[in-house]
Design a protein around this ligand. Structure first.
Ligand SMILES: *[C@@H]1O[C@H](CO)[C@@H](O)[C@H](O)[C@H]1NC(C)=O
Ligand SMILES: *[C@@H]1O[C@H](CO)[C@@H](O)[C@H](O)[C@H]1NC(C)=O
Ligand SMILES: *[C@@H]1O[C@H](CO)[C@@H](O)[C@H](O)[C@H]1NC(C)=O
Ligand SMILES: *[C@@H]1O[C@H](CO)[C@@H](O)[C@H](O)[C@H]1NC(C)=O
Ligand SMILES: *[C@@H]1O[C@H](CO)[C@@H](O)[C@H](O)[C@H]1NC(C)=O
Ligand SMILES: *[C@@H]1O[C@H](CO)[C@@H](O)[C@H](O)[C@H]1NC(C)=O
Ligand SMILES: *[C@@H]1O[C@H](CO)[C@@H](O)[C@H](O)[C@H]1NC(C)=O
Ligand SMILES: *[C@@H]1O[C@H](CO)[C@@H](O)[C@H](O)[C@H]1NC(C)=O
Ligand SMILES: *[C@@H]1O[C@H](CO)[C@@H](O)[C@H](O)[C@H]1NC(C)=O
Ligand SMILES: *[C@@H]1O[C@H](CO)[C@@H](O)[C@H](O)[C@H]1NC(C)=O
Ligand SMILES: *[C@@H]1O[C@H](CO)[C@@H](O)[C@H](O)[C@H]1NC(C)=O
Ligand SMILES: [Ca+2]
Length: 570
């Protein structure tokens, strides 16, 4: 049927009036374009659920795409998996105007424990002339996060939700979305429809879940700061608190912020350019001594706290950096080690703020105490202990070894669903697919080193027999990693605003896939306009010109031997 439509369109170009978006933005048009029954075995689309609505002139502002005013048709429909009762999955596809359609499809991902980001990322597809999709994973609604659906009862995992979140929902979103795109725009099965992915944080992990399993599904994927190595990532959010508890010191938040600020001030210049940006956190790691912050005065105004981190309000604070504060900061920066001194997981780069180390002010006693970051606490309470709770009540008796054991428990339980570290990308490469992986060098929520370590796992699994330079050159053919100077978690960093954030990465990916223009650098916003490709590192020479340099000592600081595990931690 599709090819007949294409034939008609080609055979009578003079007769066919150019279609406008409102010609095709109807529920019945969308219904006609649904993938045929049986197209996706095991899935039944509810053909009566289709809704379509047109939006003109909506302006979207994001660090992930250029500010744009767009028109789009919002099509939503539901499907279910055969044999599962009460199973309803919703997908939304935004459709560009026919004159803007560029033969492309784009899936976009979520963040935190949400499988989609509402309207935050989906415009990126319309901007590049693509049909663009999001899914609700079957968790209830587009606004329902996975953790609301994860337990069927205390002690009973909803495994369907787990595999949907892990990878299945995105596979379905893309498979259905690509066919829907072909049908609505009459792209015959013999013509190429380019397909892409863009997501960051949990959305970055979702992208990798597809790359690792469905080799040719996307021609190009842009994955930012992926929340992969999921069990380590989530439990690691508790590391800073357990360090504070173990060392017996809960620093006022202002003290840790001051240590971060002093680190930025000291390390800024190491990259050759004094711009308030730590572009070389590796040189900072090699040369900066946190002890130098001892005794420095700090002062902060009152804070409102942060509900998403569970942090209560606090009054104005001042004081001087203490030896205990320095010890907490250095222990955090060293990464989690077990009781035998073996490395369990990596920390944030020096210069990143100590978000996980946030403490809670008690206005009754005028003291600072434990604050349990809910990302970590919920993972342990709900996903490991299987209790319907959104956080742990305490960290009593938690040691570094407890954290290691929890990481291993979660890794084993969720290895094939959310862990997402399968390192053999041979099939992805053979399919001709490409990935651009980026990560803020000063991310305070997902360690930058977590991304470098995965790159390193892929490199050694695929090309361990080659020299380092030969193997990174081989990876360059399909997998390129970029660390954003001073970048925060999936965005520019308030503490280093001149660092900016790359805004046109999806376009760079399109140029790579469709024009074979592989990016050696990424364009960036802000004062730093170019981002170097790993393992090259930015350095500004005396003439002020950016060079992307090879620096073995710096590269070595990004190599981790997670010797607390008996098997390789990919
Ligand atoms: C959208 O913006 C264009 C250009 O400014 C304008 O001509 C058009 O009338 C607007 N459409 C609607 C529906 O507002
Ligand atoms: C898209 O359509 C669905 C279904 O009508 C609606 O719930 C949703 O709010 C719409 N989204 C946007 C951004 O228009
Ligand atoms: C978990 O608790 C929330 C509210 O605290 C409740 O809405 C939900 O139904 C509970 N889920 C289960 C599986 O008990
Ligand atoms: C696709 O083909 C059908 C059948 O010829 C036609 O009704 C429809 O307008 C076409 N759509 C586009 C976007 O060209
Ligand atoms: C920092 O100070 C601590 C406590 O005095 C000391 O143990 C440690 O060796 C110092 N670190 C450096 C790099 O001098
Ligand atoms: C510290 O705070 C106290 C009480 O709020 C105030 O009296 C004092 O001036 C402050 N000191 C500095 C150095 O800001
Ligand atoms: C003290 O903190 C509690 C809990 O955050 C809050 O409910 C209360 O209003 C605070 N009291 C004062 C005097 O600020
Ligand atoms: C499930 O576990 C939570 C947290 O431990 C508890 O508050 C709740 O009462 C339990 N629900 C049932 C039905 O036992
Ligand atoms: C912590 O350990 C102590 C001593 O072994 C024990 O009494 C207490 O119940 C433990 N607390 C928790 C929360 O497990
Ligand atoms: C690897 O390549 C870099 C340039 O990218 C070069 O400086 C370095 O010497 C090479 N290393 C080896 C061992 O050839
Ligand atoms: C840290 O630096 C930021 C500016 O980047 C400033 O707003 C903040 O007050 C500083 N914090 C401290 C404790 O000095
Ligand atoms: Ca700098």
């Amino acid at each position: 049927m599709v090819s007949v439509w294409a034939f008609v369109a080609i055979a009578s170009p003079g007769i066919v009036r150019a279609l406008a978006l409102n010609d095709i933005c109807t529920a019945s048009c969308a219904q006609d374009a649904l993938p045929a029954e049986g197209f996706y075995p095991g899935i039944t689309i509810d053909r009566s659920s289709v809704q379509a609505s047109l939006t003109y002139n909506a302006t979207f502002v994001s660090e992930w795409y250029p500010t744009s005013t767009i028109e789009y048709c919002n099509v939503t429909f539901a499907y279910s998996h055969n044999g599962i009762t009460n199973d309803v999955v919703h997908v939304t596809y935004w459709i560009p105007a026919p004159e803007n359609f560029q033969n492309r499809y784009v899936s976009t991902g979520g963040g935190g424990l949400a499988i989609n980001s509402g309207t935050q990322y989906i415009p990126t597809g319309i901007i590049v002339g693509a049909v663009s999709g999001i899914t609700d994973g079957g968790f209830g609604s587009f606004d329902t996060p996975w953790d609301d659906a994860f337990l069927l009862a205390n002690d009973t995992i909803n495994w369907q939700s787990t595999y949907m979140f892990g990878y299945q929902a995105h596979h379905e979103l893309a498979t259905l979305g690509k066919q829907f795109t072909r049908n609505i725009f009459n792209v015959s099965s013999s013509s190429k429809l380019y397909s892409y992915y863009q997501g960051c944080s949990e959305g970055g992990r979702e992208g990798w879940s597809q790359i690792q399993r469905f080799a040719g599904q996307f021609d190009g994927a842009v994955t930012g700061a992926p929340a992969f190595r999921f069990s380590q990532q989530q439990v690691n959010h508790l590391t800073s608190s357990v360090i504070e508890q173990t060392l017996g010191y809960y620093p006022p938040n202002c003290e840790l912020e001051k240590i971060a600020n002093l680190t930025i001030a000291a390390c800024d210049v190491l990259d050759g350019r004094t711009d308030g940006v730590v572009s070389r956190s590796d040189l900072c790691k090699l040369t900066f001594d946190v002890n130098t912050t001892l005794g420095e005065p700090y002062s902060c105004g009152p804070s409102e706290g942060s509900p998403s981190y569970g942090i209560p309000p606090a009054p104005a604070q001042n004081g001087t950096v203490t030896a205990e504060g320095v010890a907490v900061a250095s222990t955090i920066l060293a990464g989690l080690h077990d009781s035998e001194g073996r490395l369990v997981y990596v920390s944030y780069q020096p210069g990143a703020t100590f978000a996980d180390g946030a403490t809670a002010y008690d206005n009754e006693t005028d003291t600072w105490g434990l604050n349990i970051i809910s990302y970590g606490g919920e993972f342990v309470a709900k996903y490991l202990q299987l209790q319907n709770a959104s956080n742990l009540a305490s960290l009593d008796n938690y040691t570094y070894d407890t954290l290691k054991e929890l990481m291993i428990l979660g890794m084993n339980r969720y290895y094939d669903s959310v862990q997402t570290t399968y390192p053999d990308l041979g099939d992805f490469q053979s399919a001709g697919s490409k990935v651009l992986h980026l990560h803020g060098e000063q991310d305070n929520s997902i360690p930058t080193g977590a991304s470098v370590h995965y790159y390193e796992s892929v490199r050694s699994v695929l090309y361990g027999h080659l020299s380092y330079n030969e193997s990174t050159a081989a990876l360059d053919e399909f997998y390129r990693l970029f660390l954003v100077p001073g970048g925060g978690h999936c965005s520019s960093n308030d503490f280093q605003p001149n660092g900016g954030w790359p805004q046109t990465t999806l376009q760079a990916m399109i140029d790579w896939v469709e024009k074979d223009a592989a990016p050696d650098t990424l364009d960036n916003t802000g004062e730093i306009d170019t981002i170097c490709k790993w393992p090259l590192r930015p350095f500004w020479a005396e003439d002020g010109v950016l060079q992307c340099v090879y620096d073995q000592a710096s590269i070595d600081t990004w190599m981790y031997d997670f010797d607390a595990y008996k098997l390789p931690l990919y």
